[in-house]
Design a protein around this ligand. Structure first.
Ligand code: DX5
Ligand code: ZN
Length: 219
């Protein structure tokens, strides 16, 4: 497998699922001041995953209070039905789960999403083999590798996703983000495997020193 030349700054993406939603703006300002690179926003529908979280209205509200790039991680059935709402709300990156869409849909929507200045990527569950998305290499702007089963924050990292990241980095030169149970212990292994975006909820929002916690993810 061809190894792509990949040298890029490690980005930190606080997952606001672990924020205090009664003080969301305050928590977002805290991670912004501590130097995060983008915000990771978990959208759940109670169908694709057992939990229900937020929709485009909240993304729109967040857009008003920060200039940080916003990544809407759509854990929902029929994601393309709502894609325009999430673009209108101010998302800069949108990922849809490969378990919920066809390759034809991705190829079809990629052009229209990009034409509006937004990146389109796919996420894959821990049990989904990378082979499912390898044929899409070159046609995606972003890949999100789930390292827990989607639905809830605060779960334990699943180490068997590390070889998947290595395989993906062999063929993908775009951003590869890891999401679920990410912390300062596993981040070096993820970076070594080829991931360059660390999504972390509990680890960042529960840290005593937010800036230091984020710096440790970049090492
Ligand atoms: C899980 C979400 C993750 C989660 C990460 O379904 O997609 O973004 O919030 O939270 P931690 O870092 O607590 O595992
Ligand atoms: Zn997520």
């Amino acid at each position: 497998m061809k190894k792509t030349n990949f040298i890029q700054k490690i980005k930190v993406a606080p997952s606001i699922l672990a924020a205090d939603y009664s003080h969301l703006a305050k928590d977002i300002k805290k991670v912004e001041a501590a130097g995060c690179d983008l915000l990771h926003i978990d959208v759940m529908d109670g169908h694709f995953v057992p939990n229900i979280t937020i929709g485009p209205m909240v993304v729109k509200a967040i857009r008003k209070i920060t200039k940080l790039p916003l990544h809407s991680h759509l854990m929902i059935e029929n994601p393309f039905r709502y894609i325009n709402e999430f673009i209108d709300a101010g998302s800069d990156i949108i990922t849809v789960h490969i378990e919920t869409v066809t390759k034809n849909e991705i190829n079809k929507y990629k052009k229209t999403v990009n034409a509006r200045g937004v990146k389109l990527g796919v996420s894959l569950n821990p049990a989904t083999p990378v082979e499912r998305i390898l044929p899409l290499a070159g046609s995606l702007d972003w890949v999100l590798v789930m390292s827990v089963n989607p639905g809830f924050g605060g779960q334990e990292f699943i180490p068997s996703v590390i070889p998947k990241i290595k395989k993906l980095r062999g063929v993908y030169s775009c951003d590869i983000e890891v999401d679920g149970g990410v912390n300062d212990k596993n981040a070096p292994l993820l970076i070594e495997a080829g991931a360059n975006v660390m999504a972390a909820g509990t680890y960042i929002f529960k840290a005593k020193n937010t800036k230091q916690a984020m710096e440790k993810l970049r090492r």
